[in-house]
Design a protein around this ligand. Structure first.
Ligand code: HAM
Length: 432
């Protein structure tokens, strides 16, 4: 036999991309249905933005010192020499759309969610891709810590609904434009004294983006920053009150969290609250979702002053974890309820008619379209994990009957064809 895998090897997927095949796609469908339902319960409406944006949208917002902008953007020029990017994240695009579509006139808070594809030129590894998907939610028009709490509760609600139990919520406040600059200066002074002990990236970050040094994952840097000034101790009165109010709300909502003074996050638009939900199952790159407050972004992108907060969840990571959960996921939708095995092509017309009737009644039905015979048909039914094998031979046809084998119970009986639907409906409870 020719080895077609070798022949087809010259066409491979691009590095850092994935194919999502039906076995996995059903899990995506399931997760997306939970995400959509949760969004609606919390009052979020869906927003869809274009796959590419003017580069400025991200350079301005995510920040020209962030890795996403400096190293990871898929930047290109179109035929009119416009600088465009494949979106590396959702927030900047949503803010652009919020301002451009005058959503600030809507009653506050305005709540928007998205399920979208993003691109970052990153080093691919487990759970980290160059093309990936996120579910994200953004809440505009409230600076109250109650909105931070409600948004964080949405994250936890979703993850619990999906069956996760062992998750860690990391929380920090990175201050505002009043308290961050003096803290930044103190931190820079500290880091300058440690420059020899930092990784190359961090030694370059000291002047431009010193806060990022705090959450560098390199163990050398983690050791070097022991004793660094702590943001929480430098928060102004308003930021301090905001942070402590948020913690009170989370306590009341019985959401446990871990205060992590080293959590900074890699996007420049954040201030005050930042948070991540981690899962140990994914190894070192373990953030399942991340978010924070960005109270000045709307104004800086041309809208009226509008506080806002949001988060985004990596869907590849979510699905990877879902596949590890002990409870069976809705893979059943890939399995037929009924598989029709036929003796010969003579029964094909009847098989097609029966299958059509069953599908109209919501039974997933497949047929041995190649008429390989009852024995082979049964084997295929078992391999496909069908609930029932329906057998049609010349004998059944002459008696106007069908033989049904319950593949789980291993029982078999012949019934009049016209009783097929009532028979299945009666057993509906056992059919997933
Ligand atoms: P982010 O932390 O860059 O935040 O991404 C959020 C989540 O997307 C991460 O926690 C991770 O699960 C997933 N993710 C990021 N990069 C990749 C990748 N290369 N491959 C697979 N998954 C990835 C943001 O994007 C912000 N826009 C979140 C936000 C919304 N903040 C406020 N509103």
């Amino acid at each position: 036999m020719r080895d077609f895998t070798i022949l087809s090897m010259k066409y491979t997927k691009s590095i850092g991309t994935r194919d999502i095949l039906p076995e996995e796609a059903v899990i995506w469908e399931y997760a997306l249905s939970v995400l959509r339902e949760a969004s609606s319960l919390y009052g979020y409406g869906e927003i869809r933005t274009p796959a590419f944006e003017n580069a400025e949208v991200f350079i301005h917002s995510v920040g020209d010192t962030s890795d996403i902008v400096t190293k990871e953007m898929y930047l290109f020029q179109d035929k009119s020499e416009r600088q465009l990017v494949l979106k590396p994240e959702g927030t900047a695009s949503i803010v652009r759309a919020y301002v451009e579509n005058h959503y600030h006139v809507k009653p506050k808070p305005v709540k928007l969610y998205y399920i979208d594809t993003f691109h970052r030129y990153e080093r691919p590894q487990k759970g980290r891709y160059r093309e990936f998907h996120q579910y994200g939610a953004e809440l505009f028009g409230s600076q109250e810590p109650s909105s931070d709490a409600e948004l964080i509760e949405l994250c936890i609600f979703i993850l619990k609904k999906l069956g996760f139990q062992h998750l860690v919520l990391d929380l920090n406040s990175i201050g505002c434009k009043i308290c961050r600059p003096p803290f930044r200066e103190k931190l820079i002074a500290f880091l300058r004294s440690k420059v020899q002990q930092l990784c190359k990236d961090c030694s370059e970050r000291i002047e431009k983006n010193p806060l990022r040094v705090l959450d560098c994952k390199n163990p050398i840097c983690q050791a070097a920053i022991v004793g660094a000034p702590c943001m929480e101790e430098h928060l102004c009165e308003d930021c301090k009150a905001h942070y402590s109010e948020l913690q009170k709300y989370l306590d009341h909502l019985q959401i446990s969290y871990r205060k992590n003074p080293l959590l900074v996050r890699g996007l420049d638009y954040y201030q005050r609250t930042v948070f991540e939900v981690l899962s140990s199952d994914l190894g070192s790159q373990s953030a399942l979702l991340g978010g924070g407050r960005y109270d000045e972004l709307v104004e800086s992108m041309g809208g009226p002053a509008t506080p806002a907060i949001g988060f985004a969840m990596g869907l590849e990571r979510l699905i990877m974890l879902l596949q590890q959960l002990p409870d069976p996921l809705p893979l059943q939708s890939l399995h037929p309820h009924c598989f029709i095995a036929i003796e010969s092509s003579q029964q094909l017309t009847l098989a097609l008619q029966i299958a059509s009737l069953l599908r109209q009644n919501r039974y997933r039905t497949e047929i041995d379209l190649e008429a390989k015979g009852i024995k082979k048909g049964l084997e295929i039914a078992i391999k496909k994990n069908a609930s029932f094998a329906l057998m049609l031979g010349s004998q059944e046809i002459s008696l106007d009957q069908v033989t049904i084998k319950d593949l789980a119970q291993r029982t078999q009986e012949s019934i009049p064809l016209k009783e097929l639907l009532p028979y299945l409906n009666q057993r509906g409870g056992t059919i997933e």
